[in-house]
Write a protein that binds this ligand. Structure first.
Ligand code: ZN
Ligand code: ZN
Length: 245
């Protein structure tokens, strides 16, 4: 315990190396990389977070053509970055190399993106719900990266996190290894809401590391809405560009 505390203190005092470029500095991300990958003002669809063509910053972004033609079950999505080099590497390091400190970094960057998206705190979710992992994947990995991001995000935004608001009722194949045409069937009816009272009439924030085709978030939002959620907002660290979905 004392050793762990001392180690933590030491780590806080020593300069770190930027997780993207390796430059030493006070934090996990240097100012240059922060500027280049996380504060570039990519205009994104307020509903699905896909990039929109550039427009004057003063104009309120309208939903993209796809979302206007067919509204997803979720109402809004905030993404901190595009899922592209070199940001994608960080996500893989969190998931497969257990670099759990990255989850706090992602949460901080995502909290910044939420502030930039401009919704005042009255419009923020009442509860945060991490996308649940199936039991098999959870036991393989040992942690749920969505929950690891949701906890510090909830702290930063002042929103309670409920780890078991939604649960997986069946193990599914990883969406990333499922062919496109089969992704909807793979995820259909994968989720359940154990306690409807937590959801009914409320604005729920769903947290995940990456949004790719959006089928997982669509299915979870549809499940939350069936259980009476008034509104669903997705908070995702990285959004896969549409042409590589
Ligand atoms: Zn850097
Ligand atoms: Zn859209």
């Amino acid at each position: 315990m004392a050793a762990a505390l001392a180690h933590g203190l030491l780590a806080a005092l020593l300069p770190c190396n930027c997780v993207l470029c390796g430059a030493s500095g006070p934090g996990l991300l240097c100012a240059g990389c922060h500027q280049q990958f996380f504060s570039a003002a990519t205009l994104r669809c307020p509903v699905c977070a896909n990039p929109l063509p550039p427009a004057p910053q003063t104009v309120q972004a309208l939903p993209c053509g796809r979302c206007q033609a067919e509204r997803p079950a979720f109402d809004a999505t905030v993404a901190a970055a595009g899922y592209a080099l070199p940001v994608d590497r960080l996500v893989l390091q969190l998931k497969f190399a257990r670099q759990l400190a990255l989850a706090r970094l992602f949460a901080g960057l995502l909290a910044d993106a939420v502030q930039r998206a401009g919704s005042d705190s009255a419009q923020r979710p009442a509860l945060l719900c991490p996308v649940p992992l199936g039991l098999q994947r959870l036991s393989e990995r040992g942690f749920n990266q969505a929950l690891e991001i949701a906890r510090p995000l909830g702290k930063a935004l002042g929103i309670a996190v409920h780890a078991k608001l939604a649960v997986r009722v069946r193990d599914t194949l990883a969406q990333s290894s499922t062919p496109h045409g089969a992704r909807h069937a793979n995820i259909a009816q994968a989720f359940a809401i154990p306690d409807r009272v937590l959801v009914e009439g409320r604005h729920i924030g769903v947290v995940d590391d990456v949004m790719s085709s959006g089928q997982t978030l669509q299915e979870l939002a549809a499940t939350l809405k069936r259980h009476g959620a008034a509104r669903v907002t997705n908070y995702v660290f990285a959004r896969t560009p549409p042409n590589t979905n």
